[in-house]
Write a protein that binds this ligand. Structure first.
Ligand code: SF4
Ligand code: SF4
Length: 136
């Protein structure tokens, strides 16, 4: 399209800017706010290490830990969600809400560390091989 045609088209197509509080439509694959499920979190802090934007903060204490998320610093890259093997993190597919105060959407959870899961009982003694004269 030549420049004159483009200018003509833009002249008659109306404004593209949305007036607040209108929001642009987003696709189903859109990655929005990170959601935290405290029931599944084991306090490994991998999400904090993967977050290069420092949107996730993690402070470990004796018998407890604090997990915090500041959407104002989040780039919605999804690295924390991908790195959480416990599936304690997910991302919304909607546009994040508009906010006017810094830290307004910040979330913080202080959780008690869960005791380690009991190890599975050792498997029953293997059946001896017939060639060695053991029972089958
Ligand atoms: S949210 Fe996931 S990666 Fe982050 S501390 Fe909890 S279990 Fe670990
Ligand atoms: S989506 Fe990216 S920037 Fe946002 S908290 Fe997770 S790792 Fe950090």
């Amino acid at each position: 399209m030549n420049i004159l045609a483009m200018l003509w088209k833009n002249l008659w197509s109306g404004p593209r800017t949305l007036i607040f509080p209108s929001r642009p439509k987003v696709s189903a694959q859109y990655r929005g706010l990170v959601r935290f499920n405290p029931e599944l979190c084991i306090g490994c802090a991998i999400c904090k290490m993967r977050c290069t934007s420092h949107a996730i903060d993690f402070k470990g204490g004796k018998g407890e830990f604090t997990w915090s998320y500041n959407p104002g610093q989040c780039t919605f890259c999804g690295r924390c969600v991908e790195g959480c093997k416990e599936h304690a993190l997910s991302q919304e597919s909607a546009c994040p809400p508009i906010y006017t105060t810094d830290g307004e959407l910040k979330q913080s959870f202080t959780l008690t560390r869960k005791p380690p899961a009991p190890r599975p009982a050792p498997a029953a003694a293997q059946t001896a091989h017939p060639a060695t004269g053991g029972a089958q």
